[in-house]
Structure formats: C-alpha cells, structure tokens
Design a protein around this ligand. Structure first.
Ligand code: SF4
Length: 375
C-alpha cells in the first residue's frame, strides 16, 4: 500500500511463518513409483538435531503455531524422532505427522504426547496388499497393508484424542514419474475406505496424483490420462461416492480441493494466481536441502528462502524475514505457479483484496478461532 501511494516503506516486521512443513529427513524405506520428491530422497544432507531444536524454539518464540512433519523422506526414520516430537509439544505447538506407516512402533511411541488438534496421517494409497506393495515397494518386502493397519487400534488404545487418517492419492493410467509409469489404483478407492473404516481410522482422504513440472512445481496433469478424461473422472467419482456410502459416526470421507476441482472440471480456475503469493510468508518448508517458500517447491533453487539452519537465532530470523520479503517481491506466482492447482488460490486472492481495500484491519470481524493453525 505504501508503494502504491509513493510513501516510504515501513520497517520490516520480524515475522516468521505461522506454520511449517518440516522434512525431518530425506531417508526413505520405500521406492514409491508416484513419489513427487523422488529426486531429493536419500541425500547426504542432514539436520543437526541440536540446531533444529534451537530453530523450533526460536520460531515458537516468534509466533510459529504448528509443525507438519512430512515428506521428502519418512519422518519416523529421523534418529530421535520421539524425543523431537516431545520437544515440539513442550513448545506448545500443534503437531501433525504424515508417515508411510512402516514404523507403527514409532507412531505408537509418540501417541502419548499428542493432543486433540494434532493428527497423524498415513500415506497408503491402496486397499489390497498387492496394490500397496506394487505402488510403494517397501524395502522390507514382506511389509503388508494388513500389518500397517493392525497398528491403528493399538495406537488408539494409547491415546484416542488426536485424529488418525488414511491418505489415498488417486493414480491413473498414463501418469508417470519421469519415464516410470505409475500403478493405477482407481479400482481400490472403495476397498481402501472399507479397510480404513474397519481398521479404526477416523477418516480417509482422497487427492489426485501430482507430477513435477519443468518449472519444478507440483502440478496435476489430467491431459496425460489414458482413455477419455470424462470416463476416467467418472470412474473416480463412482469410487468416491461408493466410499462415501461407508461413512458412519467416527469415520468420514474427505476429498482434497484439487480432487473436487478435477471432478467438477474446474481445476483451471485454481491455476490463475495473483503475482504475489502471500502464503509464502505464512507457511514455509524446512528441509535438509534448505528452507523453501511452499510445499510445491521443495528443493527448487528459485523458491529458496535460506539454508537448512534458518531461524536458529535472532540474527537468522531477521535474515529469514528479509529473504521472505525478497521472495514476496521477486517470486512471480502468476507465472511460476500458472500450472499449479493451488490449494491457497482463494486465500491469496482474498489477501490481495484485503491489501487493496481501504477497510482498516480493526474493522474486520473475526468469526471464530477454530484452533487449527495448520496451513
Ligand atoms: S501460489 Fe500456491 S503453489 Fe504458488 S507458491 Fe504460492 S502457495 Fe505455492
């Protein structure tokens, strides 16, 4: 606004992200054909545990509210995983874990420290042991979906206050990771919901398969589907409808925004971004490869906010704020993200309007605090 009115720019506030995605490790014990982070897995870069704890402490002191321990590797393989989760909870942060489910023992170990509002979600993407093994290729070849799901009642018995979710990325014939063809799983959408419900998960969530575009961003590319798009989408829709019929109290079916857009044939609307992505100041990704502006740009050079130890102390937090400001100026989302079905499209446009509007911020009504700070 100061720029628009030709006024001097105000002092840079020392803001840190409200929420982060934290890739604890790049190590993975699966070789999933549909893995979006394939190129950055099993790298030699590692976090130093003491520094990483200092980063979390500094961030929490400055306004961080939630941490999602997620991809680019399997978080439960991080040495000291349980102690690290305890550290996050001691800092009174909301914590979520996205895991491949191979280390149910580790998930059971952290269960006592989690609270309502926290969650664990397992990326399983299948309803049968056969499709699970063909899609994920676990390094322990005997690992089955049955074995993973058998941990759920055990974890629930330790602590049922947090949500446990079953995640299912829908893959279709024609989808590829580079020249590797992905295993199709549309026919297991309903079977997976039945398994999730009967194993004691609180929900199953469906999302479409994403691929890495030439720009480095993660994009949905239905044009590559084998067969007629409308027919494949109809099969997906029938599967999700059948899954929905399995809902009951304590078990729900969720669809991601981009899946809903795919089924409504309106996903292109979510690819028109404003020039400035405001979300990059609210949510960032910390990974052993460095700190990045968005989960869609893990490991992408021009989306880098800083090193892997960014935010470790006051000086580093200042550096992070300056780099974030530089990205707000220089990262052109309208161009870089023009093929991304961005989940934050609506939020970015809303913030854009807020900046342009003359309404004073204290006149905006706060509706409710849902106590969900994950972004
Ligand atoms: S516009 Fe969307 S995809 Fe692009 S950087 Fe922002 S949040 Fe990420």
């Amino acid at each position: 606004m100061a720029r628009r009115e030709g006024l001097p720019e105000p002092e840079l506030p020392e803001l840190v992200p409200l929420s982060i995605n934290l890739d604890l490790t790049t190590a993975c014990n699966y070789r999933c054909d549909h893995c979006i982070d394939w190129e950055i897995l099993n790298a030699k870069e590692k976090f130093a545990d003491e520094t990483l704890r200092a980063q979390m402490t500094e961030l929490a002191k400055r306004g961080l509210r939630s941490v999602i321990l997620i991809g680019g590797g399997e978080p439960t393989l991080y040495p000291g995983f349980t102690a690290f989760v305890r550290h996050l909870k001691d800092l009174r942060l909301q914590v979520a874990v996205v895991s491949n489910g191979s280390r149910g023992d580790k998930l059971k170990e952290i269960a006592p420290y989690l609270d309502s509002g926290d969650w664990i979600r397992l990326s399983l993407d299948s309803g049968s042991n056969d499709v699970f093994q063909r899609m994920h290729k676990p390094s322990r070849e005997s690992l089955t979906l049955d074995e993973i799901c058998a941990w759920i009642p055990q974890i629930k018995r330790v602590n049922a206050r947090f949500e446990l979710g079953f995640s299912f990325i829908i893959t279709w014939k024609g989808g590829t990771r580079e020249d590797v063809k992905v295993v199709e799983n549309i026919h297991e959408i309903e079977l997976a919901a039945r398994r999730a419900r009967d194993s004691g998960f609180d929900y199953i969530s469906y999302k479409p398969f994403l691929e890495r575009a030439a720009t480095g961003s993660e994009v949905m590319d239905p044009a590559k589907m084998e067969g007629r798009l409308a027919e494949v989408v109809a099969r997906i829709k029938a599967g999700v409808d059948a899954a929905r019929a399995l809902e009951r109290p304590g078990f729900v079916v969720r669809e991601s925004t981009n899946l809903r857009m795919l089924m409504q044939n309106s996903w292109r609307e979510y690819t028109r971004q404003p020039r400035v992505c405001h979300m990059q100041s609210l949510r960032q990704v910390l990974s052993p490869h460095g700190t990045f502006n968005c989960p869609a740009y893990r490991g992408v050079g021009y989306a880098r906010v800083g090193a892997l130890d960014l935010y470790k102390d006051a000086a580093s937090a200042r550096e992070g704020a300056e780099m974030t400001k530089a990205l707000l100026d220089n990262f052109d989302a309208s161009e870089n993200c023009k093929d991304v079905t961005c989940l934050y499209n609506g939020t970015n446009w809303w913030l854009e309007q807020l900046i342009e509007s003359d309404t004073p911020l204290d006149r905006i009504e706060v509706l409710s605090d849902r106590r969900d700070t994950f972004l």
